[in-house]
Design a protein around this ligand. Structure first.
Ligand SMILES: *Cc1c(COP(=O)(O)O)cnc(C)c1O
Length: 482
């Protein structure tokens, strides 16, 4: 049964805290708060004992799916386990109780942490400068495009368009249109890679940059990235890397070495900070030397063991968020990087690739595989075989929920029909991967056997069954009587 609201529980007089006896003279409230500011009616707060409140929230926390509850193979999103030590460090009083307006000399530790995190990310990306300010990957994209604009402007011509492969994430063209550039689509070839011939034909003096995800959203490494970079650079354009899939590269391949001039990180993907509802994100942006003069302000500089916020950069694009970004998120990512060290980070990527390849090999005979290249940290299947039996990818995704796992990303990338995009992160054990593979195999068999009812009614084991998704999103109903 679904839990009630706190307001529908408890009874008068129940309480969870016991306050100590008053140790100062009692005064009447009317002496302290003028009558016109006082409440006219009794405040209707629920009255409950501590165990009732704890049970209420623990029960609520299990209604939805989350990484601490079960397998979460959401492709492109890198839903990795968030180590609990991240929460411990970010809640240390010295970090948690800081105020952003505190004098600089009293926040040296926090500035050092951000300075070092920036250095580590720069090293991971193989780039020369970095900003921690953007609050998400998409925000990082916008920042990167603003940097690219400022760079071209400083050379006398802002140029007109940004090239984007047809496999790209929707935030890429969205960021481009916010930045004032227009976007041009580059088709993928049969191997799922950027079509070089087409690229050569469309790059010209109006091209400001190419935005590329590597490995791309099909989970395939863009093996010709050096050739792509040469085509762009020869035309005076820049290379932007959408770093959302960096979980496949950390410690092994550096975007700067591949020829990228700008890269955004998604700390909530690659560096284990919570996604979405779990807290705000962070999308730091690293740049090559020629873009450093345009980075947002303030930045943090170190002068003889003292950290200062630096505001003096004439060509800066300005400020992207309040203060220095989402500090508590940065503490978590810093913790994660320090905990693993360079060897540990390299193992993360290796294991992410091994896990994806293992799962891919367990299930590939049961689904249509649109691109056969060996995947990196994720892979894309198509539900076309199942669709022939009247079962769509959406039905497969809903049916998976009945097994207590989250569904993969569906219907993305757009170039794969009935796409199922699967990313089993590196923290998953061999057992959990085999278990998930078995669910996918059972589902494929049930589809082939024509068990339509299993699918049309799924999910049946979740707190709510199949909703009209458009109205569920638009008319949020958080009450329990569905
Ligand atoms: C997640 C993602 C983004 C956007 O990042 P947010 O942090 O969600 O704004 C961009 N590109 C790709 C490929 C992604 O997977």
């Amino acid at each position: 049964m679904l839990p009630k609201l706190l307001f529908e529980m408890g009874s008068n007089g129940r309480e969870g805290v016991q306050l100590p006896e008053l140790d100062v003279p009692a005064r009447d409230l009317s002496e302290l708060i003028p009558m016109q500011h006082r409440r006219k009616q009794e405040l209707r707060l629920p009255q409950l004992s501590e165990p009732e409140v704890v049970r209420h929230f623990v029960n609520l926390s299990t209604l939805n799916h989350h990484v601490d509850k079960g397998f979460y193979p959401l492709g492109s999103c890198t839903m990795k386990y968030n180590p609990k030590i991240n929460e411990e460090t970010q809640s240390l009083t010295g970090f948690r109780c800081l105020h952003p307006h505190q004098p600089e000399e009293t926040v040296q530790g926090a500035l050092e942490l951000m300075f070092l995190l920036g250095r580590y990310l720069q090293e991971i990306a193989g780039l020369d400068g970095l900003t921690l300010q953007p609050a998400a990957g998409a925000h990082g994209e916008l920042t990167g495009l603003m940097l690219i604009y400022a760079y071209h402007q400083s050379r006398g011509n802002t140029r007109k368009h940004i090239l984007i492969p047809d496999s790209a994430h929707g935030t890429n063209p969205a960021s481009v249109s916010i930045s004032g550039y227009s976007s041009k689509q580059i088709p993928s070839n049969d191997a799922g890679l950027v079509d070089l011939e087409h690229l050569r034909r469309v790059v010209n003096e109006d091209t400001a940059a190419l935005m590329l995800t590597n490995p791309n959203t099909l989970g395939i490494f863009e093996t010709q990235v050096d050739k792509v970079a040469k085509i762009l650079h020869d035309a005076g354009a820049l290379m932007y890397m959408d770093g959302a899939n960096l979980n496949a590269l950390v410690g092994m391949v550096r975007p700067g070495d591949l020829g990228f001039d700008v890269v955004h990180f998604n700390l909530h993907k690659t560096f284990s900070t919570p996604h979405g509802g779990g807290g705000p994100g962070a999308g730091p942006v690293g740049v090559s030397k020629k873009l450093i003069p345009f980075l947002p302000l303030p930045c943090i500089v170190k002068e003889s063991q003292y950290y200062t916020m630096y505001y003096d950069r004439e060509q800066s694009i300005g400020k992207l968020s309040t203060f220095l970004g989402n500090f508590a998120v940065l503490v978590r990512a810093y913790t994660y990087i320090c905990m693993l060290g360079s060897k540990g980070l390299k193992n993360v990527s290796k294991n992410a690739i091994i896990n994806a390849n293992y799962l891919y090999n367990l299930v590939k005979d049961y689904y249509h595989v649109p691109y056969k290249s060996r995947p990196m940290h994720e892979f894309v299947l198509s539900g076309d075989k199942q669709k022939a039996f009247g079962i769509k990818t959406l039905d497969i995704a809903k049916r998976l929920l009945d097994f207590g796992v989250h569904a993969p990303t569906v219907y993305f990338p757009l170039i794969v029909s009935e796409a199922l995009m699967i990313e089993p992160t590196e923290t998953e054990s061999k057992d959990s991967i085999e278990e998930f593979a078995q669910y996918l195999i059972d589902i494929a068999k049930d589809a082939q056997a024509g068990k339509i009812d299993l699918f049309s009614q799924a999910p049946m084991n979740t707190p709510v069954s199949r909703l009209d998704e458009a109205s569920a999103a638009k008319e949020l109903n958080i009450r329990y009587e569905f």
